[in-house]
Design a protein around this ligand. Structure first.
Ligand code: SDX
Length: 376
């Protein structure tokens, strides 16, 4: 091991590479995609514009955006072989396992999109377009809903919502999902993006890199937290029980899902934006129960532990109020983050360096061989 370097558990604050994609200021609570503040993008952009920005490094012109929209809409269908494979999966399979399986299988059915290098932008757009169809095909079968139609007139966000509901979303609901997709699209070297870059750094293909990323995002310390926030709200039930339930968990050293962050030392700016959407959608449905419960939990956790909300705290309440099933919250996260994963994979291919850190070996080094008959 390189002399003098000390172990940074979890690679905390280790700077592994240079990137032009995303900047997080953890002290100030700022998030920048390719130079643009996330608050500007959430206020003015669409998910397709942000996808273009992350992939190509600049905002699209009107014709470039129209072309990308058309391309994504044309790439929504999945091969019949994959649809049959989805049908063969158990109806109670965890959706993130379904997603991981489908991404991996798509590479087998469409090998042309998987050669490492700049041409992988085709695979990036293919996967981004297909994920809502994969999720919708799986969900509609298990929910006994009518099969998906192409619906090319729907934006990416609206199509994703339509794929997971039994109806097209309202304008407000579609915009809420659009903003949520923008907020989840990239986040520097978070665990799943780092998993994608490590895979790409070996010159493996884009689909393998995304398969690695899906596996990492599933974990409750990462993307899996949004579903568990709603489990917490169910457990609390009434506003008056929030203090007791949260303090009990903290006393047992349990993690409160949706709080804390490895980089942000103040409120996650994405949580700030999603809080407003949780309120807006709640008001539109005449149901502010989640919003009020979340506000109370924020007060208790900050008072007791000094922790701030992260993006996962509010996203689930928005999805639940729109009617998206809880076990699909993390797959919705993946349907957005696939843009960030693939943007980082393309950047890795463009300036490739095998990612291979060291460990500090703390075991023995001079043991002698013991014949099996003499071992105890
Ligand atoms: C995402 O990295 C990214 O960018 C991720 C993400 C993205 O966009 O990709 O932002 C998305 O994954 C958001 C995080 C979603 N996960 C959760 O909400 C799960 C709950 N949060 C935690 O498990 C935790 O905050 C992490 C994993 C997010 C970050 O943990 P760290 O940086 O490893 O912090 P730590 O475990 O060293 O904790 C430091 C202290 C500890 O207290 P002590 O034991 O020292 O007394 O803070 C405590 C922890 O116990 N702590 C929490 C807590 N988070 C940290 N205590 C209770 N509840 C929590 N949520």
């Amino acid at each position: 091991m390189a002399q003098g370097s000390e172990v940074q558990r979890g690679l905390e604050d280790v700077v592994a590479l240079e990137s032009r994609i995303c900047f997080i200021d953890g002290k100030e609570g700022r998030l920048i995609y390719r130079g643009y503040d996330i608050r500007e993008l959430a206020a003015h952009a669409t998910f397709e514009e942000v996808a273009y920005l992350l992939w190509y490094g600049r905002l699209p012109t009107a014709s470039q955006l129209a072309e990308l929209r058309g391309r994504l809409a044309s790439l929504r269908t999945i091969p019949p072989e994959l649809a049959r494979q989805l049908d063969a999966l158990p109806a109670d399979a965890p959706p993130m396992d379904v997603l991981r399986t489908a991404v991996s299988a798509l590479a087998v059915f469409e090998p042309g999109e998987t050669s490492p290098g700049p041409s992988s932008i085709g695979g990036a757009q293919r996967l981004t377009a297909a994920l809502p169809t994969i999720l919708g095909t799986y969900h509609r079968r298990r929910a006994h809903l009518p099969p998906l139609e192409a619906r090319p007139e729907l934006s990416h966000a609206a199509y994703l919502a339509y794929a997971l509901l039994d109806r097209a979303p309202s304008e407000l609901e579609a915009r809420a999902i659009d903003v949520a997709l923008i907020l989840h699209a990239d986040h520097d070297l978070n665990a799943s993006t780092f998993a994608a870059r490590v895979t790409a750094s070996t010159l493996s293909d884009l689909y393998s890199a995304v398969t690695s990323a899906v596996g990492a995002l599933k974990g409750p310390l990462h993307g899996g937290a949004n579903e568990r926030v709603l489990d917490l709200l169910d457990e609390i039930g009434e506003l008056e029980r929030a203090d007791e339930v949260v303090r009990g968990k903290l006393a047992r050293h349990e993690r409160i899902m949706g709080f804390g962050h490895r980089v942000y030392k103040v409120e996650d700016p994405r949580a700030t934006i999603l809080r407003e959407w949780s309120r807006k959608i709640g008001e539109s449905k005449g149901d502010l129960r989640y919003y009020r419960l979340l506000q109370r939990v924020v007060e208790v956790v900050h008072r007791e532990k000094g922790l701030y909300p992260n993006i996962d705290l509010y996203s689930g309440s928005v999805y639940a109020l729109i009617g998206i099933p809880r076990d699909l919250f993390t797959p919705v996260f993946a349907a957005s983050r696939v843009v960030g994963w693939t943007a980082h994979v393309l950047e890795e291919y463009d300036d490739l360096r095998l990612i291979r850190p060291r460990s500090q070996y703390v075991g023995p080094t001079d043991l002698s061989w013991t014949p099996i008959g003499d071992r105890k």
